[in-house]
Design a protein around this ligand. Structure first.
Ligand code: BGC
Length: 798
């Protein structure tokens, strides 16, 4: 198939823009009655008892004539229920993958928009498309019961091409005149994988000189004007962002090879195949890890098959799966004709095309690697929505995981568009009572969200505002954020959050000490109210801001009365309880020191961290806030489970779901829940950027117009450097520390300013754009100096 890109207008990224009306365009595809014509797909050796049926993909085409070639413009608006690729005169339109992306298709369908004038010709033209199940009717989440099909039975295409000529306009739209057939795609599913049979591809079907007289008429449904909203997505498209070459191709005997790409990634394997006999099957399997004998470890994929199969047509061929994505570092290739050479195989990295805008490096290669692992985990969990994991039968937009990583992710990647898109998904999923869900888009999980998950509906828009500074975007979320506060109040008798807790997961995956769930819920209640109060203030809703600030003070008082005793002991005595209470300012000022001592005691009692996904985000920041950064560094430098560097020390290239996903003593953790690409525990990257390097975007200058630079050096690091591309240029910080000499260099871009707080000093210095150097003498034990007061910290909190 010709895959040359047409001249296209990329997705305009104009937030909430509505495409022009569809005219008479219809949803087209095959009739639902044909959904049953499917291929049984077995799990083979993995799980012989399981089979499922997967459907062949539908090819669609329509020819049309143009009398003249002097075209003023040609605009194509296109979308699908499912996934699509579209071609004009044999040219692939756009370089996006898995379009139109993942939304709640009952609420909203995203539309892509392309300029295709340059590929049209005078005379006969053709528009052709292939549509696949995708999220719409393929396997999504972990509910096997419906074999996918959360939104519909078969995929559909909707397109309208408007060609403006000098004195005429020609419209070509999806209607009953289109023809349909099938081709090389035997099936394609996001979780199960893709099968192509090169022998069954109708050669030249995307070009105009193809005879489609044997093709069938399409099934066409009118667009329901009361159906889902059509909008252009604010997020960039998913594309191939990088191609990785294999680091190792190991022959396993019997025409079987295991390929190591050296990086846990999300995407597909592209294979060059020469000299296959027609009908010969090449079988690809994917895994994040290997068993001790060098074979793929796939138990943790649960029911996600993640197999791709190519049936050779013969000759020189390329196999590239188009409508699936796998989370893997290793691939097994079986049935390959001849010998597999490294040049025959590479991995295409797929994710929403978000630019890398932040760096962190330091004198510890392990910490620098940890930062890169966090970045790869963010990349791996961004197929149009931020997901919990990319490999097993789940891959949902879990709100808890996302809000936890987001304070780190915004340091590393330009997520403005992604968050504008995903907060719209969250708003689409909010119930009339104001409750947010656990996952957005809602995909089979109908309950209201749990504390720490649902709160993302308030927290994420605020993080986006601090980082990218868009008041319009914050305003778009404000009403739903306010309704969330009302919902919290309604579910919190005496301002303690005891009702409407959904599945109430608590501090998920804690390491042996459970934090009381009402405490965690009420801490998040305070956090939600606080960020909505800040949002009200930022948007000039002064009365709301005053009311919400007073509510925050009341929730804080209720939290203290219920959960904090006179000794600064927080109910449950867990690291998570102390960390959240300290960092969220839920401890009376006079008890902060004692609470901090109690937190340190809770660490010393066991000699390691015990926090789950929530506590882990707050732990190091809370220690630093309390003047105990050295203890945070102790946790960060620990390299035995449970710790971050345990993962790095064991060769991780991404963040694991569990502290002990793999240990020397026990090997792999229970495969029922053991992802190796799960970003929640990576939230420590926020501490590295914000406390170690020391950069915090402030709310009086959102979008990095005003930053606090307040490094927390430690003698275990001799230098740290971090940078961030802002819209006006690079903001960067570097410090060097050889006790007692501490030197700091800061570069502030045009139109921005910074407040410098040198370690160990109470006074601050204001600086504007340009390069600035500071120097001081710093005792190794400077951390023992009194920390800044909570009030000073209060306004810096994200
Ligand atoms: C997901 C988590 C998610 C959790 C809810 C899991 O299956 O993978 O990351 O937050 O469910 O507890």
């Amino acid at each position: 198939m010709t895959a040359e890109s047409a001249q296209t207008l990329t997705n305009p990224h104009s937030r909430n823009d509505t495409p022009p009306p569809w005219g008479d365009a219809c949803w087209i595809g095959k009739p639902e009655t044909e959904a049953a014509q499917a291929t049984p797909v077995g799990r083979g050796e993995d799980r012989p008892q399981d089979t499922m049926t997967l459907k062949p993909l539908t090819y669609l085409r329509r020819e049309f004539d143009l009398k003249q070639a002097d075209i003023v413009s040609a605009r194509l608006n296109v979308t699908a229920l499912g996934l699509y690729q579209i071609f004009v005169n044999g040219h692939r339109v756009g370089d996006h993958v898995l379009a139109p992306g993942f939304t709640d298709y009952n609420a909203r369908v995203h539309v892509q928009h392309f300029a295709v004038r340059d590929v049209l010709v005078a005379g006969r033209n053709v528009i052709a498309a292939v549509i696949a199940d995708g999220w719409y009717c393929g396997f999504v989440g972990f509910d096997r019961g419906r074999q996918g099909r959360l939104w519909g039975e078969v995929p559909r295409l909707l397109a309208r091409l408007e060609i403006t000529l000098d004195e005429d306009t020609v419209i070509v739209e999806t209607d009953a005149q289109w023809r349909r057939s099938t081709g090389r795609f035997v099936y394609a599913d996001l979780q199960m994988g893709e099968m192509q049979d090169g022998r069954t591809e109708p050669v030249g079907w995307t070009a105009s000189d193809f005879d489609d007289s044997t093709w069938s008429p399409v099934h066409a449904d009118a667009v329901d004007m009361n159906g889902p909203a059509f909008t252009y997505s604010a997020a960039p498209p998913i594309t191939v962002t990088e191609t990785l070459l294999p680091q190792l191709v190991r022959p396993m005997g019997g025409k079987r090879w295991v390929v190591d790409f050296g990086q846990n990634l999300v995407g597909v394997v592209r294979l060059r195949i020469d000299g296959g006999t027609p009908g010969q099957r090449v079988h690809l399997r994917h895994a994040e890890a290997l068993t001790p004998d060098g074979n793929l470890y796939t138990d943790n994929l649960r029911s996600a098959l993640a197999h791709d199969i190519y049936v050779c047509a013969g000759g020189s061929e390329e196999f590239r799966p188009e409508f699936t994505a796998h989370g893997f570092r290793y691939a097994e290739i079986a049935g390959y004709p001849g010998t597999l050479h490294p040049a025959d195989v590479n991995a295409l990295v797929l994710h929403t095309d978000v630019a890398r805008i932040g760096t962190f490096s330091c004198s510890s290669p392990e910490l620098s690697q940890l930062n890169e692992n966090v970045d790869w985990t963010i990349r791996g969990n961004l197929l149009d929505v931020p997901t919990d994991c990319p490999q097993r039968d789940e891959r949902l937009g879990w709100l808890g995981d996302a809000q936890l990583i987001m304070t780190s992710a915004v340091y590393l990647r330009d997520l403005g568009g992604v968050l504008a898109k995903w907060t719209q998904d969250i708003r689409d999923a909010q119930t009339p009572s104001g409750a947010f869900p656990d996952v957005a888009p809602r995909a089979g999980l109908e309950q209201d969200g749990a504390p720490g998950w649902a709160d993302a509906g308030a927290i994420v828009p605020w993080i986006a505002f601090l980082s990218y500074g868009s008041t319009d975007e914050l305003a778009r979320n404000y009403e739903s954020m306010s309704r969330w506060v009302d919902c919290l109040v309604a579910n919190s008798p005496g301002l303690i959050r005891t009702r409407g807790l959904g599945r109430n997961y608590g501090d998920w995956l804690d390491f042996g000490t459970a934090t009381p769930r009402y405490l965690l819920g009420t801490a998040y209640f305070a956090y939600s109210v606080e960020v909505v109060a800040h949002a009200a203030q930022a948007l000039g809703h002064t009365a709301d801001a005053a009311r919400l600030s007073a509510l925050w003070a009341d929730v804080r008082a209720a939290f203290i009365a219920e959960f904090v005793d006179d000794e600064g002991r927080v109910d449950g005595d867990t690291q998570t309880g102390y960390a959240m209470a300290l960092h969220l300012d839920l401890i009376p000022a006079e008890l902060r020191e004692r609470a901090a001592d109690n937190l340190v005691a809770a660490i010393d009692r066991v000699g390691h961290l015990t926090t789950g996904i929530h506590g882990s985000r707050f732990l190091c920041p809370a220690l630093s806030d309390a003047g105990r950064s050295a203890r945070a560094y102790d946790l960060l430098f620990a390299d035995k489970s449970p710790s971050w560097l345990h993962m790095v020390a064991n060769g991780a290239t991404t963040i694991w779901e569990r502290w002990d996903g793999w240990t020397t003593e026990y090997g792999f953790h229970n495969p029922r829940m053991n992802s190796f690409n799960h970003y929640a525990l990576g939230s420590v990257a926020e501490w590295m950027h914000r406390y170690v390097a020391g950069i915090t975007p402030m709310r009086d200058g959102p979008g990095w117009r005003h930053c606090l630079v307040r490094p927390h050096p430690d003698p275990r690091l001799s230098w740290v450097a971090a940078s961030h591309q802002t819209t006006t240029g690079e903001f960067s910080v570097r410090w060097d520390y050889e006790a007692p000499q501490f030197e700091l260099s800061v570069r502030v871009p045009p139109h921005a300013r910074a407040t410098i707080a040198m370690p160990g000093q109470e006074e601050t210095t204001e600086i504007g754009p340009g390069s600035h150097n500071f120097r001081t003498e710093l005792a190794q034990n400077w951390m023992a100096a009194p920390a800044l007061s909570p009030d000073r910290l209060h306004h810096t909190r994200a």
